[in-house]
Design a protein around this ligand. Sequence first.
Ligand code: B12
Length: 431
Amino acid sequence: MRLHRMLSLVIVAGLLAFASGKPCETQTSNSELHISLNKNLLRSLETQEGLPNPSVHLALRLSNFHNLAMESEHLNKMKNDLHNDIQSSLSNSQSVVGHLSLYTLALKSSCYDLNTITFTVGERSETLLTHLKKQMEQEKEHIAFSHRPLTNYYQYSLGVLALCVSGIRVNHHVSNKLIKAAEHEKFKQGDTESTDTYAMAGMALQCVKDAGSHVQNPAELDTVLSKIQQKLLASRRNDGHIGNEFSTGLAVQALLAMGAPVSECAASMEAMRTDARNNRYNNAMAISQVLPALQQKSYLTVKSKECLNDDDTLVLEPIDPMVVLPSQTKVTVTVEVVTSSGVAALYSVEVPKGSSLLEALGLLKMKNVGFTFDKESSLWGPFLSVVNGEQARQSDRRYWHLSSDGTALSEGVTDFKIDAAQKITLKNTIY
Ligand code: B12
């Protein structure tokens, strides 16, 4: 009889836990894998060239494990180097909504007092959040005028999210533009839908809903949140990835934030764990979007972050520097360049098997056959911006699209490795 009562209690407790909607929970502990990804992120702080990456900081702070000394050193670097970089962009009237938002989220994840962070542009000194609000106003005006943000809807969503988790009431005209864009399916990258953008918009709008902020039409907000959830689930492939392996982290974060049931995330979590074990996530930026999801967190959790009793157990063991000698085996890469006017040129170069595409392009350039290129740095690494003297950049709404034997690459020039003979196409594309 007592056993029976106990069993009933267990079942009721189980049902309650289920009903209370702890979404996407996984039974088994995967701490070891998480620690290994976390250590790789920490190592990236030591090896990363260029600006300190706020997305990496955010992921480090959201993790269950920490090396507090390294995190605080990184925080200081951001407050100097990233801060100065943003300040000079602001002085040049550039839209840097994405960087401003990630910087805000990173500071907030370290429980830093945002009101003490200011930028001086011209003679005026204003807080970070004031600048972010102003930049979002400009983005909103640009959407009203030309039906697209100055940057893109991914960054626009980051802006809404960063303001919202910082406790700022997002102007309802600003959130409304995002609601309308999701409703009218404006989140495209070329002709394909951008899963990453749906995910970021989902987190942003969920935050607006949770904050109880004034929106023009609350029912419309609910409808659009379900639509985003459906979009994400509809982009789930048979192998569990949502979109591709690099959007799955953000997509799971968004589903978590929106309270999807367990069954809807388990396969995607497993797909990311398999990717991680197969070293698919080499890029620190990729890890920074995946690790929070694997630890069942989302960027929304920044809102309630308290920074009390943080673990401080992560220690980086020194690793022997591995000298990787170029492979003796050579493979032939054909490079096709298609300019904006549609003119195509073909080149060919032999490269050691396993070279990155960047190395291959470098070797081709050295052959002096008329092929040249240039790149710009970004949080994901080098972005190919000029080929044969022709620029394709954000300001022109063009980019050099990369594909191999007709299939679009899912990585950039440094991460994509040449393992077999193939034809790489660089096509100046409008978006
Ligand atoms: C918008 C976007 C684009 C736009 C950017 C311009 C714009 N204003 O809209 C365009 C269409 C140009 C673009 C192009 C590409 N993209 Co893209 N892009 C994104 C997206 C959705 C948001 C980026 C952003 O604004 N971040 C916010 C700001 C604050 O960060 P940021 O680093 O300063 O942003 C700049 C860079 O990210 C850069 N950028 C955009 N994409 C890529 C890709 C690579 C490899 C690099 C190095 C830089 C880069 O453009 C951003 C704006 O200036 C991300 C999604 C994500 N999860 O991050 C994918 C994403 C970064 N892109 C991706 C890819 C694969 C590409 C392409 C390689 C696709 C292709 N086959 O050609 C090309 C880049 C080719 C090149 N020339 O080097 C992948 C990268 C995965 C990886 N492991 O490297 C992502 C994660 C999408 C995905 N899930 O597959 N992209």
